[in-house]
Ligand binder design. Structure first.
Ligand SMILES: [Zn+2]
Length: 89
């Protein structure tokens, strides 16, 4: 509730807001912790217990296999750069 200046008081409208409750957050590393959200539960890939920024470990956080994609492309490029005799240049 907050005053509007005209003497009236604004309140949250009933029955239109999602429930805001305490939920458990599950990380891919196995860590769990609680926060508050309107969602029933939350699943995350990294958390403060396993993210390299907090652990200090030098470890790649591979988003959607981009490192693999790069390695595959590099391997193909290296194969293409081997001497070939069929192209005359
Ligand atoms: Zn984690």
């Amino acid at each position: 509730m907050r005053p509007t200046g005209s003497g009236a008081v604004l309140t949250m409208r009933a029955d239109i807001h999602p429930k805001y409750h305490t939920v458990l957050v599950h990380c891919a590393c196995g860590n769990t912790f609680t926060t508050r959200s309107t969602r029933p539960e939350i699943r995350v890939d990294v958390c403060s217990a396993c993210h390299p920024y907090f652990t200090g470990a030098q470890k790649f956080v591979d988003t959607a296999g981009r490192v693999d994609k790069f390695r595959r492309r590099y391997a193909r490029g290296a194969a293409a750069n081997t001497p070939q005799t069929d192209s005359g240049s």
